[in-house]
Design a protein around this ligand. Sequence first.
Ligand SMILES: NC(=O)C1=CN([C@@H]2O[C@H](COP(=O)(O)OP(=O)(O)OC[C@H]3O[C@@H](n4cnc5c(N)ncnc54)[C@H](O)[C@@H]3O)[C@@H](O)[C@H]2O)C=CC1
Ligand SMILES: O=C(O)C(=O)COP(=O)(O)O
Length: 596
Amino acid sequence: MPLLRASRPKVLVPEKLSPDGLALLRSSLDVHERKGLSADELLQIIPDYDALLVRSETKVTATVLRAAKNLKVVARAGVGVDNVDVEEATKLGIVVVNSPSGNIGAAAEHTIALMMSMARKIPESCASLKDGKWERSKFVGVEVKGKTLSIIGLGKVGLTVARLAKGLGMNVNALDPYASPAVAASASVALVSSLPELLASADFLTIHTPLIASTRGMIAEAELAQLKPGARVLNVARGGTFDEDALLAALESGHLSGAAIDVFTSEPPAPDSSAARLIAHPRAVVTPHLGASTVEAQENVSVDVCEQVLEILQGSLPRSAVNAPLILPEEYKKLQPFVRLVEKLGSLYTQHYATSPGGAMARNTFDLIYQGELASINNTKPLFAALIKGLLSPISSMEGLNINIVNAELVARERGIFVSEQHSRDPSDHSSYSSLVTLVARPPSRASSRAPASDDNSTGSIPDQHQRIISGTCSGDRPLITRLGRFEASFEPQGTLLICENYNSPGKIGVVGNILGQEGVNINFMAVAPVSPKLAVNESLKEPFPTDGSSQEPTAKSQSLNEALMILGIDRGVPAHVTAALAKETGILSACAVTL
Ligand SMILES: NC(=O)C1=CN([C@@H]2O[C@H](COP(=O)(O)OP(=O)(O)OC[C@H]3O[C@@H](n4cnc5c(N)ncnc54)[C@H](O)[C@@H]3O)[C@@H](O)[C@H]2O)C=CC1
Ligand SMILES: O=C(O)C(=O)COP(=O)(O)O
């Protein structure tokens, strides 16, 4: 049974986040806002937390992540994740999510605001006037209309800047190896194929790429020299894309008329650094990383990542995981209930077959068969991950095991679990259900005689009844178990369930009810699952019912149409001695409690 932590999951928020998102968390999580933590303090307290919510200031290093024993998610309330060691998070199975579009408009508008401020010398004329001066001739600017704005990186922010600049009457060209020509054309942006070509045409140059290997130091001395004398540059993306020494030199030499900078290599910049001298330069317009700092953007990103934190802590798919396989929104909608279902199949398997008394013989090779509409989904990685999580979480402490789409394959490999995923489009296989998922645990002899996770049985037909098989479907969003071993079932895999295999004769419900009553256990619902006629063993193998009142584990020979499963939803877990006592009752073959 999973080891549950007594307290509510804890979320650490070491930076200023909009309260709109945090309010979503407070009803189910403990939210601790701890602004101004030092790196050491963060390291000290991080082991306590299940989720960490950051903006750009907190450095989520490998050391922090390794110390974060309970951490399931790092949520970046913004776009850039360069302050998070995503590779280490991936290794540790920690999901990193961001808000890929919540602050795009804000960053683009800030870029335009800086461009206009620089063109019309707003900051310095404002400061002069506040200083009591009236210096009209000193602050003659330039117009942007008819000028060329050159954009490096025509992604979400770059494209929004392009559209705004077109509205100002600018000519816009862009360099981006991954930009769609159709999208660029629709925004009247001319795509150029080389950086020298882009630089040569720029009156204003702006960069909107992430800080990655190919963009670090991208605009250095040689590139600045290729700009027209008097050109102006902007950086609202990331410090480090421009070489700050070279930028300072180009301003000081007068080659550049201006630089507008929102982001710096080190934030806040060290007092004697080039960045600090850039900030002090009279022709630099600077802001302290304010691109995303609007009320609207902060609400957007806060709500976006807080929703994802909730989703992840509830075991659902995050919509914007940075370190997980991409899943299309329409697939997400279709897959989500099945992710829950498959996790339940795995957990039910482990608790019912692998860890229940008499079921200890572990099997590690599984078929996971998708039938019906589900068979047409190609990206089933979330389902695979859900299975691994379901199989393993009942036998691992929740603290130690943090399985998700990021690390599921690695964990499965390490544990020697092999899963062969099969897609069956044969309509006869899933009868009345629009989609059906079946988990088959292969018997050890067959499992060991084949290569792991290859795909024999590729037709998806269900193997024989001697295997441990669980099938399920979704009714709307509700998962439903439709088959458990030989039994045709229909129950929701939710809460604590007592599963008794018994001879289908009168009085069994009363016997079980009595024993549970003595333990003070309430029964919330009951379902009976008969043997499916299709799945019953050949009648010739059938043995007579025991007459001595003893009950035994069912063998292949004793399996018959006269057996049934009784599934009771109960209000608490039952100790092992109760299931043992139940299994000793006449006509009850086995009893097992599972928590799903
Ligand atoms: N100052 C601030 O407060 C904010 C800064 N940002 C930053 O803006 C940047 C852009 O964000 P988004 O537009 O959302 O990202 P995005 O991923 O939508 O776009 C980035 C674009 O850069 C292109 N790119 C990557 N490497 C390139 C290269 N070597 N040469 C040319 N193009 C290249 C990509 O193909 C992509 O189209 C990020 O660094 C982000 O962190 C975003 C929001 C606020
Ligand atoms: O979203 C981004 O990439 C940003 O740079 C915004 O940073 P911030 O959340 O304002 O610290």
